[in-house]
Ligand binder design. Sequence first.
Ligand SMILES: [Zn+2]
Length: 530
Amino acid sequence: MTVAEELRAAALVSKAWPYEEARKLLKRYPDGPAKGEILFETGYGPSGLPHLGTFQEVARTLMVRHALSEMVDWSSRLIAFSDDMDGMRKVPPGVPQQDMMHAHLDQPLSRVPDPYGCGHESYAAHNNNLLRQFLDRFGFDYEFLSSSDCYNGGRFDEALHQVLRRYGAIMDVMLPTLREERRQTYSPVLPISPRSGKVLQVPVEVLDAEAGLIRYTDPATGQPVEQSALGGGAKLQWKVDWAMRWYALGVDYEMSGKDLIDSVTQSSKIVRILGARPPEGFNYELFLDENGEKISKTRGNGVTIDEWLTYAPEESLAFYIYREPRKAKQLSFGVIPKAVDEYQQFLAAYPAQEVEKKLGNPVHHVHAGKVPEARMPLSFALLLNLVAVASTDDKDLLWGFVKRYASEASPETHPELDALIGYALAYFRDFVAGSLRKRAPEPNEAEALRDLDRRLAALPAAAPAEEIQNLVFEVGKAHGFENLREWFRALYETLLGTSQGPRMGSFIALYGIDNSRKLIAEALALVPEA
Ligand SMILES: [Zn+2]
């Protein structure tokens, strides 16, 4: 078998979740897609700045798309769809020009002027643009589509005719899901008032499905209005809108958050009424903040894309997003260092793995099969400890330590390490600096530290990390620590001021034996006089 054949054979049976998802598409089209391609879709509501929820949906969907490409030779596209025809129900807090924004309440987001004054066509266009910047930054392959463009430009007109034709059947699906008072005013079609520009939530009568004509009473004037629902004269209510879009665009795959399970159920019924199949997909768990609470756009808890990228490289974010999409995961600043280091571990393991194992390795999906070489000689955790003890924000000074540990590395040859040093400085400054508390060693720990100091003094300055690590182990054993973990924790707490830390041998090699002995002396100086 060629390498490509081997990969395909392994992909077809792989249990990694992107392949499991792609397999649903193979079942959907046993003879290949009749329309010649598979259409993936992701959704975005531009009523606020793009957040990680939106971003992860695109990243994960592209992982499924790539998995499919390893299994079959079908062409496919991903549409990143923005719901910018939705009415602005409330003015987002923190946005400038609140008075101006209030004057545009209930108008489609794409008709609300850009409050940031940077010249975008609308508030939605401003947010859409930010989303695209993030997606482009990661090199994602997608086509951006705006709801307003589709409605206004007539792209949805044929599907809107179909909605008007099947109006009664759609009402029959929706009405039992609504509470009594909502039933009185519910309409799948929301006219856009030519008078006020607002998206109206009023009962609507279909006058002529073929002509696209509807009638309703304008709530402001009490007057009956007849208008076309086509070409931007109306938009659809959420669940019907989603179904109509699946039908109009021919969407084969769309994943969504657990909060949308009910929408998926109703929209799936409606798309069948329109005459198409609901897309494949699954409901992922939503991210939680550090207190285990749902992350909400308006509350601003959790971590934004920008924030994550202030403290860690892009790959670590994609890596974090890849793992366990059906498990509720924390998205807080605390998870960043571990994500960075685990990504590097998986990257380092990849080249030697059998193809089956490679396909289960997150880096295969993070990099769409084009996995770069692992070139990171130090972990983020180790760098954070270095920054802590070196108490400097001077990158050059830190490079001095790093070169002692990894002599072949320099900012020129290892730009990713250079960047990681910068991230470690930023992360330390904002999350670690204030929390370090060194404690005085207990008497038995002080004994062990003195012994460690003597043995370190006997080592050559360039002793390798492995040798130092063995020595630290021996000292722990010699001083009767039942559990060596206790010994290492004592080292972290007395020398570094944290409760967990790096491999001590690596740390001492990086920081230098002389410098490490100074740390030991400082710790011993805290021992109260007997
Ligand atoms: Zn703008």
